[in-house]
Design a protein around this ligand. Structure first.
Ligand code: APR
Ligand code: ZN
Length: 253
């Protein structure tokens, strides 16, 4: 399986990666729908919809502060690091992610499209103020705070800059992702259940254009039926194997 993936990747001319929560599982970030996933222990309709925020913004902020605290302790794992290295080697053109955990950026991925936003960014519910808390250095202050933070520009409520259920995806990111998918000859699908749309269209767009689909997931997903190659392994193990073998091939000639 790893050998086959390496062959397909080295033969490709415009490969991309499409990732979900599973790629960050080995970094200690819970997924959403696995047995111990977030949506098994929390109600998404009470925590991740615009209506929930209107109803009880304190509860939503408590939940996001808890997730931010958990995620900021996490480090990129071998799968994130391998994708960044494959980009530097010119083998992967871009990473399209559903994750809001910033771990691809931390791993060094340059061409990153975040379809569902980023948990370390906030935006105003009224004006167009937004802030990257890591860049502004206010993350600590935010996490120590409680209640609903206010916009320094207009005083309205700030919310996490993530996509909630029932909300449209950021237009620019979605267009860029679809465009990359329509030009890709291979997509590496890592750690997604493939049930949330429109993100889950990405592998189908590549397939429809005659591109190849390689899936890495310990268990099957909504994408598995269209996968040309299915690797039932954890992302860290599979990507470490793929990167090591590609390096040997490239260096060994
Ligand atoms: N390596 C690879 N895949 C893994 C690993 C691992 N170590 N551990 C779990 N997985 C797989 C699971 O088998 C599952 O198919 O990761 C997938 C995680 O699926 P979900 O929890 O549904 O996460 P995701 O597909 O990213 O969810 C999509 O739903 O809740 C919304 O906006 C949120 O972006 C998210 C979207
Ligand atoms: Zn504002």
């Amino acid at each position: 399986m790893i050998g086959e993936a390496v062959k397909l990747l080295l033969r490709s001319r415009s490969a991309i990666a499409f990732t979900g929560a599973g790629i960050s599982a080995e970094s200690g970030v819970p997924t959403f729908r696995d047995p111990n996933g977030l949506w098994r222990n929390h109600k998404p309709e009470e925590l991740a919809t615009p209506e929930a925020f209107k109803r009880n913004p304190e509860l939503v902020w408590d939940f996001y502060r808890w997730r931010m605290e958990l995620i900021r302790k996490a480090r990129p794992n071998d799968a994130h690091l391998a994708l960044a290295e494959l980009e530097r080697m010119g083998i992967i053109r871009a990473v399209i992610t559903q994750n809001v955990d910033d771990l691809h950026r931390e791993a060094g991925t340059e061409n990153l499209i975040e379809l569902h936003g980023n948990i370390f960014r906030v935006k105003c519910t009224s004006c167009n103020y937004s802030e990257d808390l890591k860049k502004s250095g206010r993350l600590e202050e935010f996490l120590k705070g409680n209640g609903v933070p206010k916009c320094p520009n207009c005083g309205s409520q700030l919310r996490p800059d993530v996509v909630w259920f029932g909300e449209p995806l950021p237009k620019e990111a979605l267009e860029k992702a679809f465009e990359l998918a329509s030009k890709a000859d291979l997509v590496l699908v890592i750690g997604t259940s493939g049930v949330v749309y429109p993100a889950a269209y990405i592998p189908y767009i590549v397939k429809e254009r005659g591109g190849r689909v390689i899936e890495i997931n310990p268990k099957g997903s909504g994408i598995t039926p269209i996968a040309d190659l299915f690797i039932p392994l954890p992302a860290g193990k599979a990507m470490r194997g793929i990167l090591d073998s590609i390096k040997k091939t490239v260096e060994g000639g």
